[in-house]
Design a protein around this ligand. Structure first.
Ligand SMILES: [Zn+2]
Length: 674
């Protein structure tokens, strides 16, 4: 029996986790020992006979829990990107125990007394800016976690947190299981008419893998709107596919959502807030639910008006097929037809210019070199957790080493849908750690020997997720508490959205968008048409996003004690009340598969994407208009914002770059809402 590889710090470069040695059976013992070790460390801090100092309390807290962090980072990634029934089982087992562990720290009266005491005389401690902020932010976190509550309330809080953690874990598994169960099985290729030959071959391969030899299977991806809906010519197949998507997990997760929303409302009341949303937003850059509502109220009417204008255009195209009224399962299909006829843009026809390897090296990496001077070298000698995963070392302009970037780009049955960034090792000068970050995408694997050709949206996703990766890689803080992407939820999408701008910057596009066979550049005229077509469809895209956002807020502004009988009914009423009940545009996520808010960290936080986009639109304008070169602008953005993590107020970092407060004008213009 070899020793559990989590028990000791990794000896690999950048403390890359020793994936080659990690087995499923290592997780649970590592979690258990990790929690026990940290509790012992906390007990020692709390029982220290010396009076509290910044070093013996705050720094000691920063250093605690090293083993738990090691196993947690690797596990969190595996449960999302390469899970197994065994890993799912560990997740179900440890989720509530981890919640209890966090409570054991935050509700430790002796520990909090030390922090409270230091906080009370913080001005006289002679702390530098980052250390002072650490004390303030930690203090806030303890108070928000219930440190000031009485014993009975704390007991109830622990129960609520444990049940919510178990609920989130179950919610995720229900979505995953029912998405698989409801995959659409079709008997003949004829039913797939309209899809590309590659997509049809993929559906056949999918069927083989799932034991439906000779048939075709369309798997369900995250969103309500499945990508195939834009191309399937058979209306009844479209209808079945969308119905399968919209009905996911309703039976199990509908009641669970009701339960979780009630528990969150109760917890918020315990902590002194009217609603869960008020509790969450109080610690975000938005500050109040009213501020969020005010922005959303400006966006909803013009977005709905835009969507209705689009609907009229689509109706014209659908009438030719004898369709009198556009249904939700028709929208994407006719939008694609209109896009092709009005803008002469065929999204599928662009794929040959977007070969993954080229987009990655000559696009995404190239843009990072242009703006920040960093370069990338693949390290095939370093092993990740799956053969698909690529490892790159990242270097500074002067050749100094910066960190590791792992890319896991392909879809597989063991991976959840969507795209995301994770940190495997968090940067910290205190702990002498440099960052190891990773991106996950869900690009379909091509037939053997065929190149991986991306869609326009997948190219955008690659740039987006890499923006998060840069945020992690450029982190330059002392305390791990502040590192990288540990910024407010309604700020974290901002750097990633900014990074999307490189996708269409002429000098970047010209460098990567080359035909995978002929090497010819993507014709400028095609790019122009694609850009023009971007405006079309903004109405629908904004409405489906806002519908999900308002649905999230509706679930989390339910006051304590209000009974909800039926999740679907609640959903319908919430959308109608928000002015977003557009029959042909379902919310991007319906309640029962809205994992962001019931299984992830986005409860009362899905508004963050549009909130961040205000800053993003401003910053894209700043990059273009500030009179500096790209490299110099990149340096300012990196130094004043990307490197800071949460070590200073997020909006102060924004102001340090742009020179003033954010304004909504650029966002409204970009989304056609001005
Ligand atoms: Zn993102």
């Amino acid at each position: 029996m070899t020793e559990n590889p989590f028990f000791r710090p990794s000896t690999l470069v950048y403390e890359l986790p020793p994936f080659a040695e990690i087995r499923e059976e290592h997780y649970l013992p590592a979690f258990e020992r990790g929690m026990a070790e940290q509790l012992a460390e906390i007990a020692e801090i709390a029982a220290n006979p010396e009076p509290p100092t910044f070093d013996n309390t705050l720094i000691a807290l920063e250093r605690s829990g090293a083993l738990l962090k090691r196993v947690g980072a690797v596990f969190d990634n595996q449960v999302s990107s390469d899970t197994t029934p065994g890993v799912d089982g560990v997740d179900a087992e440890v989720s509530p125990r981890l919640a209890a562990h966090r409570d054991a720290i935050h509700l430790d009266a002796a520990l909090f007394a030390r922090i409270e005491e230091l906080y009370g005389r913080r001005a006289g401690l002679g702390l530098d800016e980052e250390s002072l902020r650490l004390l303030e932010r930690r203090h806030t976190a303890f108070v928000r976690a219930g440190a000031r509550l009485g014993a009975a309330d704390q007991r109830r809080l622990r129960e609520l947190n444990a049940e919510l953690a178990a609920g989130a874990s179950a919610f995720r598994r229900n979505v995953s299981a029912d998405s698989k169960a409801r995959a659409l099985v079709l008997d003949s290729a004829a039913e797939l008419a309209g899809l590309s030959p590659d997509a049809i071959a993929g559906a056949a391969e999918n069927a083989r893998a799932l034991g439906h030899d000779g048939k075709y299977v369309l798997s369900l991806k995250n969103f309500s709107n499945q990508t195939e809906l834009a191309f399937l010519t058979d209306r009844s197949v479209r209808e079945r596919l969308l119905a399968a998507s919209l009905g996911r997990a309703a039976r199990t997760n509908g009641p669970l959502a009701i339960r979780m929303s009630a528990l969150r409302a109760e917890r918020a009341r315990l902590l002194g807030y009217d609603t869960h949303a008020a509790y969450v937003v109080a610690d975000e850059t938005a500050g109040t639910v009213e501020a969020v509502d005010a922005l959303l109220a400006r966006l909803v009417p013009p977005a709905v008006a835009n969507a209705r204008r689009e609907a009229v255009e689509l109706a014209g195209a659908a009438a030719a097929d004898g369709i009198e009224e556009i249904a939700a399962h028709d929208w994407a299909y006719y939008a694609e037809l209109v896009r092709q006829s009005s803008y002469r843009v065929d999204a599928a026809a662009l794929r040959p210019w977007f070969e993954l390897e080229r987009v990655l090296r000559d696009g995404v990496f190239f843009a990072a070199t242009l703006a920040y001077g960093v370069t990338f070298t693949e390290r095939p000698d370093l092993t990740a957790y799956h053969p698909d995963v690529r490892v790159f070392e990242v270097f500074e302009e002067d050749g100094g080493s910066l960190g590791l970037f792992l890319g896991d780009f392909h879809a597989r049955a063991s991976k959840r849908g969507g795209a995301w960034m994770d940190e495997l090792v968090t940067q910290s000068r205190l702990l002498g750690r440099r960052p190891v970050v990773m991106n996950n995408l869900n690009v379909a694997r091509p037939a053997p020997g065929e190149p991986v050709l991306l869609s326009w949206d997948e190219v955008r996703t690659l740039f987006h997720e890499f923006g998060h990766a840069l945020h992690g890689l450029f982190s330059d803080v002392r305390y791990p508490y502040f590192a990288g992407t540990d910024v407010p939820r309604d700020f974290v999408e901002f750097p990633s959205q900014v990074n999307e701008m490189w996708m269409v910057r002429p000098e970047v596009l010209a460098n990567y968008a080359k035909h995978h066979v002929t090497g010819e550049p993507l014709p400028a005229e095609l790019v122009g048409r694609m850009a023009a077509a971007e405006g079309f469809g903004q109405g629908q895209r904004t409405v489906e996003y806002l519908a999900a956002t308002l649905l999230d807020l509706a679930w989390h502004t339910v006051p304590q004690g209000q009974e909800i009988a039926d999740a679907e009914e609640f959903e319908a009423r919430a959308l109608a009340k928000a002015g977003l009940a557009v029959a042909a545009i379902p919310p991007r996520y319906r309640t029962a598969y809205f994992s962001h808010v019931f299984a992830g960290g986005y409860s009362a936080g899905y508004y963050a994407y549009i909130w961040s986009e205000v800053l993003d639109a401003e910053t894209v304008d700043w990059f273009r208009d500030n009179g500096r070169g790209v490299r110099e602008s990149g340096e300012v953005f990196r130094r004043e914002l990307l490197s800071r993590g949460d070590s200073r107020d997020a909006l102060d970092s924004f102001r340090a770059v742009v020179g003033r407060d954010p304004r909504t004008g650029p966002l409204l213009a970009r989304r056609g809402l001005a």
